[in-house]
Design a protein around this ligand. Structure first.
Ligand SMILES: [Zn+2]
Length: 81
C-alpha cells in the first residue's frame, strides 16, 4: 500500500489511517480515492436497494414517494402558521 502525504504536516501516512499519527489531521477529509472506496459500499448498497425496490414495485414506490411528498407539504403548511 502506497503512503500518502499528510495535508497538514506532510508526513507520510497510510491512506487507511483515520487520522495522521503525527499531527492528528483527518486523512479521510483529504478525499483520497482509497478512502472514498471505503465509504461508498454502504451508500451504493442503499441506493441499489432503493433503485431495486423502485424497479420491482414501481407503483408501490411511486405511491410511497407521493404520500411522502404530501406529508412533507402538510408539515410545511402546518409549521408555517
Ligand atoms: Zn500530519
Amino acid at each position: 500500500m502506497a503512503l500518502i502525504d499528510c495535508p497538514d504536516c506532510g508526513r507520510r501516512v497510510s491512506p487507511r489511517a483515520p487520522s495522521c499519527p503525527n499531527c492528528g489531521a483527518p486523512i479521510t477529509a483529504t478525499g483520497h480515492p482509497a478512502d472514498r472506496r471505503l465509504v461508498t459500499p454502504g451508500l451504493l448498497g442503499r441506493l441499489t436497494a432503493v433503485l431495486g425496490a423502485w424497479l420491482v414495485f414501481p407503483w408501490v414506490a411511486r405511491l410511497l414517494a407521493f404520500l411522502a411528498g404530501i406529508a412533507m407539504l402538510i408539515v410545511m403548511f402546518t409549521s408555517a402558521r
